[in-house]
Design a protein around this ligand. Sequence first.
Ligand code: CA
Length: 240
Amino acid sequence: MTSRILIIEDDPDIRRLVATGLEEIGHEVELVSSISGFEAAIADKSFDLCMVDLGLPDGNGLQLVEDLRRRDGCGIIILSGRSAEIDRIVGLEVGADDYITKPFRIREMVARVRAVLRRVNEAKRGRALSSGEADETAEQAEIAFDGYRLKPASRRLFAPDDREVHLTTAEFNLFLALVKRRGRVLSRDELMNAVKGRDWESYDRAIDGLVSRLRRKVPPPEGREHYIRTVHGVGYTFSA
Ligand code: CA
């Protein structure tokens, strides 16, 4: 199964080496070299796994790992030249799934990536089961509306022109919740329950922000009202 992997590493040789190793086993890889590059990448897409170097030109990767763990259920592997035991412990404590010390052998790195992805995918399936979504989505391989195609199992969305619309984990969960209950009005609280794994400062504002990003990413044909409509004082509803 293809996974989307983001590599944050400022050393071009290591970046290339890791990317090649992971592409060879069939994964989609994206490369960034700084914390700002990472922020730009995850604002737009969701990843199954992030591989994070600690010494980055614009800051410390540990902070990045801590923030990422708080808002996303993706796998996290730290790639670091620091082999001290204390760094390893701190790295795992802030939420990394594994810690690989440089230099490393490609074969070992690939084996560890596989292990983390297996755990991430199992956790995802577990969450889907516990929220009662599994049965419904298993039989619903694809939900189509107005030329758009939403694939719950692979968590992907395609526009009418077949271009993939990249959604973050939170955006996807919110969108899926709306689409599956099309025609029904969902309160911000109900939508909050659909968007898990995030530490929200302000629920309502967060939902409003996600909805406005989704409206931009999933536009209706020109002149038509948007699929996601605001129901004042209550929440949102989807119709297509
Ligand atoms: Ca570095």
